[in-house]
Ligand binder design. Structure first.
Ligand code: GTR
Length: 327
C-alpha cells in the first residue's frame, strides 16, 4: 500500500514536470505572420514556405511562421505599411510597393535597368543589392534578401502587335511611381490597382490590359481575360522579403543569424522553382490559345527612355550608373 502510494506520488510528480516543461516549450514557440499575394503553389510562395520551414528548424522550433497567401492580409502597399509598423513580422513583395516607404529602392523598378537575369543577380548579390537591403532600415524594415522576379510583359484583351497597339488602352499598373510614368509614356492610361483585384478589373473591363511576368499572368488567371501578350520584357523588379525592424530587434543575435541563413537557402530554392516554372507557364498559356508576340524591344526602350531624364527620378542617377557598370 505504502509502496504503491509512493509510486503514485512519483507518477503525479512526473506528470506535473512533463506538463510544466511542455507548457514552457509551448509558451516559447512564437507564431509570426508572413504576407504574400500569390497562391501557395506559386514559385515565390514556395520560397516563403521554405523560408518558414527553415526558420522553424534553425531556431529549434522557437519561432513558427504562418504564411498568409492570396493577399489575405491586404494589398502589397498595405502589408508593407503594416510591416513597417510592426503589426506583421514578414512581408514578401516586389520592389514597387516598397518605394512608397523607401523611395530610393525605386531604381530597381526602372525599365530595362537590368540587361538580363544574370546581370540582375550580379547586382543583387553584390554591394548594390546589400546596400538596398541595409537601407530598408530607413523605413523601419529589415531587408532579408531577394527572390527571382522574372521579366514583365504587357498583355491585353486586344491584339498587341507592337508599341502602337498599346496606345489609348487602360493598363493596370502597380501603385508605384515608375510604373505609372512608364505607361503614360507609351500613350496608354495607367490605372493603379492592387494585385488581388486585377483579374476582376480585367474581366469587367475596368482595364483593357496589365503587365506582369508569365507565372502571374497564368496563376492569377489573367490570361483567361487578357490573352494577347507582347514580349517586351520592360522590367525585372526584384522580389524582396522584409521583416519588421521592431520584431527584428526583439531577436537575439543568434536568431537573427538563423533567419538570415534560412533566407539565403530559401532564395536558392525559390530561384530553382522559378526557373522550372517560368516558361512552363508561358507554354500553358499558349496551349490555352493565348497569342504571344515578340516585341521590337528597341522600340519599347526608346519610348521609355525619357523616364531616365524626368526630374522625379533624378534621385536614382548615381545608382543607375553603378548598376549599368556592374558587369
Ligand atoms: C508580381 C509580383 C507581386 C506583385 C505583382 C503586381 O510579379 O510577384 O509581388 O507585385 O507582380 O503586379 O502587383
Amino acid at each position: 500500500m505504502k509502496r504503491s502510494r509512493i509510486g503514485l506520488l512519483l507518477l503525479i510528480g512526473l506528470i506535473v514536470i512533463a506538463t510544466c516543461s511542455s507548457a514552457n516549450l509551448m509558451a516559447a514557440a512564437k507564431v509570426l505572420k508572413l504576407a504574400e499575394v500569390h497562391p501557395a503553389d506559386y514559385p515565390t510562395a514556395k520560397g516563403d514556405s521554405k523560408f518558414a520551414e527553415l526558420v522553424e528548424k534553425y531556431t529549434n522550433g522557437r519561432y513558427k511562421i504562418q504564411c498568409y497567401f492570396n493577399s489575405q492580409l491586404g494589398s502589397e502597399n498595405d502589408v508593407v505599411e503594416q510591416t513597417k509598423l510592426g503589426v506583421i513580422e514578414f512581408t514578401r513583395v516586389s520592389t514597387a510597393p516598397v518605394v512608397t516607404v523607401y523611395p530610393e529602392i525605386g531604381v530597381f523598378t526602372m525599365p530595362f535597368i537590368f540587361t538580363s537575369q544574370e546581370h540582375m543577380w550580379k547586382v543583387l548579390n553584390g554591394s548594390i543589392g546589400q546596400h538596398f537591403l541595409d537601407a530598408c532600415e530607413k523605413a523601419n524594415l529589415v531587408g532579408l534578401g531577394y527572390f527571382e522576379p522574372g521579366s514583365r510583359h504587357f498583355y491585353a484583351n486586344k491584339p498587341l502587335n507592337n508599341l502602337a497597339s498599346l496606345k489609348g488602352l487602360k493598363i493596370r499598373v502597380q501603385p508605384s511611381p515608375v510604373p505609372v510614368s512608364m505607361v503614360k509614356l507609351l500613350g496608354a492610361t495607367p490605372t493603379p490597382i492592387a494585385y488581388g483585384e486585377v483579374y476582376s478589373a480585367l474581366q469587367t473591363g475596368v482595364v483593357d490590359g496589365a503587365e506582369n511576368n508569365y507565372p502571374s499572368w497564368v496563376s492569377a488567371n489573367h490570361y483567361e481575360v487578357a490573352k494577347y501578350l507582347i514580349q517586351d520584357g520592360h522590367q525585372r523588379q526584384p522580389e524582396i522579403l522584409v521583416a519588421s525592424k521592431k520584431f527584428w530587434n526583439s531577436l537575439s543575435k543568434a536568431d537573427q543569424a538563423a533567419v538570415k541563413r534560412a533566407m539565403k537557402e530559401a532564395t536558392e530554392y525559390q530561384i530553382k522553382e522559378w526557373n522550372a516554372f517560368e516558361f512552363e507557364a508561358l507554354e500553358r498559356a499558349k496551349a490555352k490559345g493565348c497569342i504571344v508576340k515578340e516585341a521590337n524591344i528597341a522600340e519599347f526602350q526608346a519610348a521609355m527612355a525619357p523616364l531616365y531624364d524626368m526630374p522625379e527620378y533624378k534621385i536614382y542617377k548615381d545608382w543607375i550608373k553603378k548598376i549599368k557598370n556592374t558587369k
